[in-house]
Design a protein around this ligand. Sequence first.
Ligand SMILES: Nc1ncnc2c1ncn2[C@@H]1O[C@H](COP(=O)(O)OP(=O)(O)O)[C@@H](O)[C@H]1O
Ligand SMILES: Nc1ccn([C@@H]2O[C@H](COP(=O)(O)O)[C@@H](O)[C@H]2O)c(=O)n1
Length: 207
Amino acid sequence: MSSNLVIAIAGASGSGKSLFTENLLKEFAQEGKSVQILREDHYYRAQDHLPMEEREKNNYDHPRAFEHELLVKHLQGLKAGKSIEYPSYCYKTHTRLKETETLMPAPVIIVEGIMLLASPELQPLYDVKIFVDTPLDICLLRRIKRDIAERGRTLDSVAKQYEATVKPMYHQFIAPSRFTADVIITQGGENRIALDVLKSHIQQALL
Ligand SMILES: Nc1ncnc2c1ncn2[C@@H]1O[C@H](COP(=O)(O)OP(=O)(O)O)[C@@H](O)[C@H]1O
Ligand SMILES: Nc1ccn([C@@H]2O[C@H](COP(=O)(O)O)[C@@H](O)[C@H]2O)c(=O)n1
């Protein structure tokens, strides 16, 4: 089977991209439609060669932090009907895990991540470009809670990283990429109308 619709969902860290993606997936699952999800975070570069102190200081909010070459290859492969070996990533050790997961092509591919609209090499692969637009103070509050609960961080480390890289890189790369989007989603992952509009667009496109 060859895939025929690639949807990119971008936005700040903590904007609700993952939640929006999960909710969209649920809509399709209810109708028995097959969707494949790729997360840009899984394409963060492996850093096994670096000591932990170096990894902790890295700028993870720059497009070069990602192995976009591999993501391009994977999207092209899925679009051509081929399976891919999807990498896994660990935020606690800041590097790739050994395991990969075999992902099969599907009629709809959703790819989700902070730099997806800021990276020109990826743009030609998308059919629909979405930007989840959430005020930065809300994103930060969500990130603090999530990173402490799930990503092995402390309040101090989240605050330092936010000042040093997350916020400045948001203004340099992510905010300007908003203007390349086809659709801007406000109110994050639970925006019912946005979910319905998108679902209907995708259904039409797949007829
Ligand atoms: N509308 C919302 N209301 C409350 N919490 C939310 C909302 N959207 C996202 N969250 C929570 O905020 C955190 C970050 O959201 P997430 O979807 O992971 O953001 P992103 O993928 O953009 O970084 C998660 O813990 C998520 O459950
Ligand atoms: N080792 C890492 C890798 C990434 N990050 C942060 O993750 C953010 C992107 O993921 P979201 O799910 O929040 O969109 C990004 O802002 C990086 O700063 C990290 O802290 N450590």
